[in-house]
Design a protein around this ligand. Structure first.
Ligand SMILES: [Zn+2]
Length: 189
């Protein structure tokens, strides 16, 4: 099955998602802020045929946070969505974090529940946050993700889209010049 998915992925070109600097920082900082709990937010921007552009990432501050799942307060979510209609951008997807639980490392792949919540034509970002004592500069990975360290955390950011046929997901390549090139600075000073 995994092999077949891989072949399928090669057949069609990967879409791209351009993550603007302010969106990168809101996602990363909201994920670090509540490390050990998951964070969730909306992605606002523009959608083209082959490319998504994320202008803003808006964290849900009242998301009900638990170690293994996050659910936004529904009424607040719809209120935010109503206001978003006033902006010259659309809701093009969402993001959430995965964090380390006990000895199990946070993984950057969508869970079964994550896939069940996906809709075609949107972009979904996952930030896998793990504690790290090494410093790693930010870089692109061959699977389209970006990763690096900030302070005591290693963060890998992956983007996905839902493919209705076959009910599976496909990686979307992240382009984030603001992140790539960051030296993986230590916040310890
Ligand atoms: Zn998840």
């Amino acid at each position: 099955m995994a092999e077949r998915r891989k072949i399928k992925e090669k057949e069609t070109k990967r879409k791209k998602v351009i993550v603007k600097e302010r969106a990168f920082w809101s996602m990363v900082l909201s994920a670090i802020e509540v490390y050990r709990l998951e964070t969730l937010g909306l992605l606002l921007g523009l959608k083209g045929e082959e490319t998504f552009i994320i202008e803003y990432a808006i964290p849900f501050q009242t998301a009900h946070k638990a170690k293994t799942w996050v659910s936004p307060n529904e009424r607040r979510a719809s209120r935010v969505k109503k206001i978003v209609h006033l902006l010259p951008v659309d809701v093009i997807g969402d993001y959430h974090s995965h964090t380390e639980i006990g000895d199990s490392k946070a993984l950057p792949h969508p869970s079964g529940d994550d896939i069940a919540d996906m809709e075609e034509g949107r972009v979904y970002i996952i930030l896998a946050v793990n504690e790290s004592h090494k410093t790693v500069g930010w870089h692109n990975n061959t699977d389209g993700s970006i990763s690096g360290t900030l302070g005591d955390y290693h963060i890998r950011i992956t983007a996905h889209e839902y493919i209705k046929q076959g009910r599976h997901y496909k990686n979307v390549e992240i382009i984030c010049p603001a992140a790539v090139g960051l030296k993986g600075c230590s916040l310890r000073g």
